[in-house]
Design a protein around this ligand. Structure first.
Ligand SMILES: [Zn+2]
Length: 443
């Protein structure tokens, strides 16, 4: 009998601290050895030749909407997780909406957990929802392992997931602080967004740019400042999801300097697309907060390069094609981008190749930081004793993304037709190869 289940030979192993040539041995889903001074003996049931490839810890996507149960016609745990595997991710954190029922109590959480155990090809973790009236349900969800809680300041767009008023957020934060957990918030001012949207529509201004202008950066800044003041008052750990601008990141960084435990996520679409893409591609590129202009994209990249952003989440929020079709009124149509499969491609192409993001920084952002921040102590790096969640990438290969390549339930994405440098060759989850050269191989 072979000594190991899998050996990955002679790859360039990247962690947040180092880039080294070496071999990795895997047994029972765990990394048992990482050897960089001499080759491992070929004593494994499966040998993977990684010569010429980069070997990264599997990505952790802290922000997806897979919509199961209840809204699987939009996406699902199987299709969503397959798309992540194809994109080099080994773990996701699913948002409490837009599944129906949403995860706002323990029973709904249990139901989703069972479905994920059956259907997901990668590791699944869950956010619990904070909505008006459920503060007393948070502890039960915490006890059952949610990685944190999520609330909306503006309306979520989903009828069964109400946005949280100030009282809910404040009381929720007191409770979440006592649990030692973290509250993630969709931070846009409901007042500013609602007023501007009404004003624009009253004037018949409904273009892509009008829509974007109705949700300005100041709306995010206002909301984030408000939330930080609550975090300081309650001692609750706070997480700002999908920051679209460096100006928002700055507010978070200032609070961090004062010792407030607040963290910030941005998304690939704010680093790769602008409001021009919304104008040209229509609803496919509609999201909230909206895409910004070129200058914001570059400023946001600077924040990434300086290490001022904690995590990158795809905010994969898909919908059927007919809900993404916008003819003339950009206030209509679903706001959410299908992107879970492309995060690594964008970080490599737009970051590593174009702007000097190092592979170590990439791994830190996309694997190590989310693992550390959300208490996944056996994930986020490649080292003995850690889970064997590993992605093999060929940096020399480039490709044009075709819609047929997408594993989503609905094969559309604003990234279709774009060329990427760096292709995912294999994704290994808990020691098993789940994606191999274009095919899902999980059973
Ligand atoms: Zn989201």
């Amino acid at each position: 009998m072979a000594m190991y289940d899998v050996i990955i030979k002679n790859g360039t192993i990247v962690t947040a601290d180092s880039t080294l040539q070496g071999d990795i041995a895997i047994q029972d889903g765990k990394i048992t050895k990482v050897v960089t001074d001499k080759p491992l003996e070929n004593d494994a049931a499966k040998l993977i030749d990684a010569e010429g490839l980069h070997v990264l810890p599997g990505l952790i996507d802290p922000h997806v909407h897979f919509n199961e149960p209840g809204r699987t016609e939009w996406e699902g745990l199987e299709t969503g997780s397959k798309s992540l595997a194809a994109g080099g991710a080994a773990t996701f954190f699913d948002m409490p909406l837009n599944s129906t029922p949403p995860v706002i109590d323990k029973d709904n959480l249990n139901a989703k957990k069972e479905l994920a155990a059956e259907k997901s090809v990668v590791n699944a973790r869950f956010w619990g929802g904070l909505v008006p009236g459920n503060v007393d349900k948070l502890k039960d969800m915490h006890d059952r392992g949610v990685i944190g809680f999520k609330a909306f300041m503006p309306p979520s767009g989903i009828e069964d997931f109400d946005n949280a008023d100030d009282e809910t957020i404040f009381k929720g934060m007191q409770e979440i602080a006592s649990l030692g957990s973290r509250l993630a918030v969709h931070a846009e001012s409901p007042v500013i967004c609602e007023q501007l949207a009404k004003e624009k529509q009253r004037q018949g201004k409904t273009s892509a740019r009008d829509f974007a202008e109705s949700r300005p950066i100041i709306s995010e800044i206002d909301a984030v400042k408000h939330l930080i003041s609550y975090a300081e008052a309650t001692g609750c750990k706070l997480h700002i999801v999908h920051a679209s601008s460096r100006k928002v990141v700055n507010i978070v960084n200032d609070a961090q300097q004062r010792g407030v435990d607040v963290t910030v996520e941005t998304c690939p679409h704010y680093l790769a697309l602008t409001v021009k893409d919304l104008e040209e591609q229509g609803g496919i590129a509609k999201c909230m907060p909206p895409l910004r202009d070129n200058r914001e994209v570059e400023d946001l990249w600077n924040a990434v390069l300086r290490g001022d952003i904690n995590v990158i989440g795809s905010d994969h929020s898909p919908a059927p094609a007919d809900m993404k079709q916008i003819t003339d009124n950009y206030f209509e149509g679903w706001g959410g981008i299908s992107g879970a499969q492309s995060t690594l491609n964008i970080l490599l192409t737009e970051g590593y190749f174009k702007r000097g993001l190092t592979l170590q920084q990439l791994v830190q952002l996309a694997s190590e930081n989310p693992a550390k921040l959300f208490g996944l102590t056996s994930k986020g790096t490649i080292a003995a004793g850690f889970d064997a969640d590993i992605t093999l990438v060929d940096l020399n290969e480039s490709f044009e993304l075709q819609k047929e390549d997408l594993f989503y339930r609905h094969q559309h994405s604003p990234y279709v037709g774009k060329t990427y440098q760096g292709a995912v060759k294999k994704t290994i989850v808990n020691g098993a190869i789940v994606f191999d050269n274009g095919d899902i191989t999980a059973d």
